[in-house]
Design a protein around this ligand. Structure first.
Ligand SMILES: Nc1ncnc2c1ncn2[C@@H]1O[C@H](COP(=O)(O)OP(=O)(O)OP(=O)(O)O)[C@@H](O)[C@H]1O
Length: 578
């Protein structure tokens, strides 16, 4: 019998199969999310329209990445992509008829709330048992992702969706990518990264200190920092670290958890971005004063482990699930016991916030894309030597991101004076406006009620100049971006071809289509969840099904897919070697 939790990607449909309801749920830089009803099944869905800012660039590569990753994932705590819907318009926006233009929508089950919307709704008050239930589900989803070698890279309350049945799902995989390092194991922190990635990820308020200090050899620990921020946000009902700039963000972090030292964050003083932070006032942090009372001893202990400055010893999802916070009173609620609320989404929060908090500063500009002034054009390896970025401490951006970090002024900008030093020439030699500037303007939009800074724009979402517009020597992608450019696109397709999740599942002894065999938990599995059941404890594996990883589904033409996969992997290996 097919397991109802084993969900499948159906393929593509026509947009006419849906009634789009006049209700916008969310709006990001690269997608607008609306509520709709399926004419076929009557089910409510969310349609995420993929915006193409520049037609010539074609389908945004990060949307492609999000679609591909979501297709291969199947877990009750990860938002499921049901299908893609296509809209063909013969008439363009200016009323001209011509070539048919296609607009694509991602079709996902409708979720009643996102956490950001819920937390800014004054009518919603969370009980501790409810927070524990959400935290357990969030960590289960993350454990599954990390086990499948995927980094989310944009953990924030607005990307956590919750249904009125109490189910929590992680959404928005626009910045997610495959991770090459070891998957986290119990008692081993988050492992060691084996290569560099762009540090231009994660919305600033949820960005971990190692990324703010521009570590490029990072691990799944970056997502756990975000979980810590979200955990604490559930108690304060607003983001806990609202930095106004990257420097201010570090300031706020250090005020909360203490200044970095060689004990609390070994190697911090070698990180390329550390320079501005050495003169900070000494602080031992106020985390206990701020959260101790509301969270209790166990909650505070979990928070401290999630917000550890040292990314190597920051708790991983496997161990966090085993934390005694989840086994002490009050026990986590069962999802079905959580009260139902009226729908709350990021946009409602934004509307509410704009009325109530009109005086809040506008959302900081964000995003850096394009080739930027510091793009590496040389032959041979770019001038970085270690996992901390450039050895020469030269440009602190433009290394792998082709532009300054989000919300960081461009080089030559003096943060304290708030003015651009005259040495900075914003125009590239071609006279073309640097693309990160365009992107900043585009991102200068009001966000939710808390004026959430926009997340960094993935360089892949940029209007990177077309290959033909580049001089011949720069047409080679490796030369263009250097080997450090974060250009990963998963090379696998729907269900049948999910290598990383497959391998993780096989390694862990999962059977196809029915999840891990009952009673054979892996050594790093958390103890079976204990739910509060009207005063009685419910333990055991009966309920574990709710949150257990589903194994990927092998498919129709396994051999073909396998061969194709191997070919692509070979090509990828070649590329990386080069
Ligand atoms: N399946 C869904 N059901 C209900 N609401 C949803 C769903 N998916 C997304 N939303 C709403 O839309 C918002 C934006 O979605 P998402 O983060 O996927 O878009 P995005 O364009 O990547 O946004 P951003 O750039 O701000 O991260 C979410 O915060 C949520 O409120």
């Amino acid at each position: 019998m097919t397991d109802p939790l084993q969900r499948r990607f159906r393929g593509s449909a026509k947009i006419s199969e849906y009634d789009i309801l006049n209700q916008k749920l969310g709006e990001g830089t690269f997608g607008v999310v609306s509520k709709a009803r399926s004419k076929r099944t009557g089910a409510m869905v969310a349609l995420k329209k993929i915006l193409m800012h520049n037609e010539k660039d074609g389908f945004p590569i990060t949307a492609l990445r999000e679609v591909k990753l979501l297709k291969m994932l199947s877990h009750v705590n990860i938002l499921h992509l049901e299908e893609m819907a296509v809209e063909r318009q013969a008439v363009d926006e200016k009323g001209k008829t011509g070539k048919k233009k296609a607009t694509l929508y991602m079709v996902m089950p409708y979720m009643d709330h996102d956490l950001s919307g819920m937390l800014t709704n004054p009518d919603i008050v969370f009980k501790t048992s409810q927070i524990k239930c959400y935290m357990q589900q969030l960590l289960e989803g993350l454990r599954y992702l990390h086990d499948a070698h995927i980094l989310h890279r944009d953990m924030k309350a607005a990307n956590i969706l919750i249904s009125n049945k109490g189910i929590l799902q992680i959404a928005d995989f626009g910045l997610a990518r495959h991770y090459e390092g070891e998957t986290p194991r119990s008692g081993c922190g988050n492992g060691v990264a084996v290569r560099d990635y762009t540090s231009l990820v994660v919305t600033r308020w949820y960005r971990p200190p190692e990324l703010l200090l521009t570590l490029t050899r990072y691990t799944p620990a970056i997502d756990l920092w975000g979980v810590g921020c979200i955990f604490a946000e559930m108690f304060e009902h607003r983001p806990i670290l609202e930095g106004k700039s990257d420097v201010d963000q570090c300031h706020k972090i250090f005020a909360l958890v203490g200044n970095p030292t060689e004990t609390t964050m070994p190697g911090w003083s070698q990180l390329p971005g550390c320079d501005g932070h050495k003169e900070f006032e000494k602080s031992s942090g106020n985390i206990a004063d701020r959260f101790g009372r509301a969270m209790g001893k166990e909650g505070l202990d979990l928070l401290k482990k999630l917000l550890r400055l040292d990314w190597r010893t920051r708790i991983n999802a496997v161990d966090a699930l085993k934390h005694e916070y989840f086994t002490t009173e009050p026990l986590p609620s069962r999802p079905e016991d959580i009260p139902r609320y009226e729908d709350s989404h990021e946009l409602d929060a934004r509307r509410r916030g704009n009325e109530k908090q009109r005086n809040l500063p506008p959302a900081p500009a964000g995003g850096t894309v394009g080739m930027g002034p510091d793009e590496w054009h040389g032959s041979g390896p770019p001038p970085y030597q270690n996992g901390y970025g450039y050895r020469d401490r030269g440009p602190q951006y433009g290394r792998d991101n082709r532009g300054p970090p989000p919300n960081m002024p461009p080089r030559g900008y003096d943060d304290r004076r708030g003015a651009r030093a005259p040495s900075f020439d914003p125009q590239p030699p071609s006279g073309r406006r640097p693309q990160w500037q365009d992107e900043r303007d585009r991102n200068a939009r009001p966000t939710n009620g808390h004026a959430l800074p926009p997340r960094p724009v993935d360089p892949l979402r940029s209007n990177v100049p077309s290959r033909d517009s580049l001089p011949p020597r720069d047409r080679d992608p490796v030369r263009r971006g250097g080997p450090d450019v974060d250009v990963y696109i998963p090379n696998y397709s729907a269900g049948p071809d999910r290598p990383s999740a497959d391998r993780a599942a096989q390694r862990n002894g999962y059977r196809d289509a029915d999840g891990p065999p009952r009673g054979s938990y892996r050594d790093h599995d958390p103890p079976p969840p204990r739910y509060r059941d009207n005063g009685r404890d419910r333990g055991g594996h009966g309920d574990a099904r709710r949150t257990r990883s589903r194994s990927p589904n092998h498919g129709r033409d396994g051999r073909d897919d396998h061969a194709r996969r191997e070919r692509t992997e070979d090509r990828e290996r070649d590329y990386n070697r080069r």
